[in-house]
Write a protein that binds this ligand. Structure first.
Ligand SMILES: [Zn+2]
Length: 239
């Protein structure tokens, strides 16, 4: 045991002397490395790129329906939730909430929270469009709020863009089939302050690494650095 430790100490001592051994020849032949090969004083930032994966956290466990359209609505109420709409629609004699998704505004549901309904999970027709084609083949998304009186929150817009982007990608719905309820029925829904043009082009872009300059410290695995339509751009910040 004692001799093993001695041997280890000897090895460590030898290793400690090694760098000195390497420096001697360099000193003899001039500065090393040559000036032309001098590395930059700070290494270039390391950028890690995530693989492109279009996530569909709402993938139903039953076979998909033949979706051709995405129809956007507002609840025309100050607050609300899947439960409150479900109750209201049952009161109309329907079999429950007529939409496939509801996006909260912080009053009844989280601001920007996306919740699927039994219609989405069961891939059943909607009861939201007042139009058979769009009820049968349209994915109904309702944002809580009255957008005749106010604007959807930034979190709601980010959420609906993300949801629309994923649904378009997954079910092959073209941009011009992402429509407002008012496009298929005589209604103001989803309100004058809701811009359908702003979300119809939503695409799920890959998470990209942006070119960076300067020095960075490790601040965490991933940090949000900005947003593009329908997506969040993240990059790792490694020095
Ligand atoms: Zn509507």
């Amino acid at each position: 045991m004692e001799s093993a430790r001695g041997c280890l100490l000897l090895l460590l001592s030898f290793a400690a002397v090694l760098p000195g051994c390497w420096q001697s020849p360099n000193a003899q032949y001039g500065a090393y490395p040559p000036a032309s090969l001098t590395p930059p004083s700070s290494p270039p930032p390391m950028i890690i790129q995530r693989p492109l994966v279009v996530q569909n956290p709402w993938k139903p466990s039953v076979p998909s329906r033949d979706w051709r359209h995405i129809v956007i609505h507002h609840s025309a109420s100050e607050g609300g939730s899947v439960e409150s709409i479900d109750k209201a629609h049952k009161g109309r004699g329907w079999d429950g909430v007529g939409y496939h998704f509801v996006i909260g505004n912080g009053d009844g549901m989280g601001d920007g929270e996306i919740e699927s309904t039994f219609r989405w999970r069961g891939q059943t027709h909607g009861a939201h469009a007042g139009n058979n084609e769009y009820n049968q083949h349209g994915i109904g998304i309702c944002l809580i709020g009255n957008f005749d009186e106010e604007y959807p929150s930034p979190a709601q817009m980010a959420a609906v863009k993300r949801l629309v982007a994923v649904l378009k990608h997954e079910y092959g719905v073209p941009s011009d089939e992402v429509i407002a309820h008012r496009d298929v029925k005589a209604t103001a829904c989803p309100g004058k302050h809701f811009s359908i043009a702003e979300i119809s082009q939503s695409v799920e872009l890959p998470l990209v690494s942006l070119p960076v300059s300067g020095q960075y410290q490790v601040v965490g695995a991933w940090q949000t650095v900005g947003t593009l339509p329908g997506m969040t751009v993240e990059r790792s910040l490694l020095r």
